[in-house]
Design a protein around this ligand. Structure first.
Ligand code: NAP
Length: 323
């Protein structure tokens, strides 16, 4: 217990309560040190439930010498300010997606972190679910032949009108929130060199916020990629990889619950198979990865690059759609 790194959380966010804190409790590497909230009553209540310290403002937690790292599940529009403060106070940072709202913000944060030897991780936990490694294994073993096309979609029905996601400045809109998942899945399979060809984002001009969109990209090979994302559609959480000899589908690619089995659908010339994937707590696995980032400069570099690639591509999608 004494060797565990102490992690502090900025904000009593739903994602922290549902998944991140339960993962810390199971983690052999981290202990929950402190929770900060804008609401002192919430901070004290959570601290008493989870037996940790509390702070009634985010700065106090970040400045505490008792904390080694911070988890930032704030709306994306607040990430730059708080990630920068955390880096400047020597805290390793695990920030929810999207890491920042522009390429310029991400580059600055990465450059400061690199100079200070601070680890950064963007919260795409779905990458640490075993269904992803199994899917990649199937592709690499040639089960679907050569990849021709990747398509992915993430979106959900309308949220409560007061949800922060409808405040574009605070959340970054549908691009920062939903688009990042299928995009990150595409780079997981196809690497960093994707190039944007076209994109479209539908805006609701009354509420002044983005609601849905799609983008088309290519890799050098050439493999084509299409992604779709929405705040206002039937629930979709999938990707499909279409190859020369078959295809595979992950129907619950980004939000598979940690305690439920997942499945991969594989279709090739020898028929259709449903491959069962046992339950996997990708939140615990992601914390393990964060621990590796803190310890290893090499692993840190990989994540700096991942953050920059993701924000470059999201920036290109935004620029094309707004041209
Ligand atoms: N990786 C994933 O699978 C995943 C899944 C869901 C969400 N997320 C990400 O996690 C983050 C939080 O999402 P969530 O659904 O958990 O949201 P949420 O429950 O609304 O939590 C956001 C927290 O941010 C704090 N906050 C500070 N300023 C705020 C403001 N002006 N408006 C609203 N909240 C403010 C609040 O904490 P206090 O009031 O306590 O200070 C609030 O509890 C987002 O960045 C989202 O993209 C990631």
């Amino acid at each position: 217990m004494t060797n565990k790194l102490k992690i502090g959380i900025l904000g009593c966010a739903s994602i922290a309560e549902r998944y991140f804190i339960p993962a810390i409790i199971r983690s052999p590497k981290f202990a929950l040190g402190c929770i900060a909230s804008r609401d002192i009553f919430k901070a004290k209540k959570w601290a008493s439930i989870y037996k940790c310290g509390w702070a009634c403002d985010y700065s106090a937690l970040i400045e505490s010498s008792d904390i080694d790292a911070v988890y930032i599940p704030l709306p994306s529009g607040l990430h730059y300010e708080w990630i920068l403060k955390a880096i400047r106070n020597g805290k390793h940072v695990y920030a929810e997606k999207s890491f920042a709202l522009s390429r310029c913000e991400s580059s600055h944060l990465v450059s400061e972190a690199e100079d200070a030897g601070i680890g950064l991780m963007e919260g795409y936990m779905f990458l640490y679910h075993s269904q992803q490694t199994m899917a990649r294994g199937l592709v690499e073993s040639g089960k679907i032949g050569e990849i021709r096309h990747f398509s992915g979609a993430f979106g959900f029905p309308p949220l409560e009108p007061c949800n922060f996601r409808y405040d574009e400045i605070l959340s970054g809109g549908v691009l920062a929130d939903a688009a990042g998942y299928p995009l990150r899945a595409a780079t997981y399979f196809l690497g960093d060199n994707l190039k944007l060809v076209a994109s479209f984002i539908h805006r609701d001009h009354v509420r002044n916020t983005s609601l849905w969109g799609s983008a088309f990209l290519t890799s050098q090979d050439p493999i084509t990629v299409s992604i779709a994302f929405s705040f206002s559609s039937f629930y979709q959480c999938r990707y499909e990889i279409w190859g020369s000899d078959g295809k595979l589908i992950l129907p619950r690619a980004y939000t598979s619950p940690p305690d439920a089995p997942a499945s991969i659908i594989l279709e090739a010339n020898d028929g259709l198979k449903y491959i069962d994937v046992p339950p996997c707590n990708h939140f615990v696995n992601a914390l393990e990865e964060f621990h590796g980032i803190i310890l290893s400069p090499l692993q840190r570099k990989i994540h700096y690059n991942d953050i920059l690639v993701q924000s470059r591509l999201l920036g290109d999608i935004a620029s094309y759609a707004n041209r």
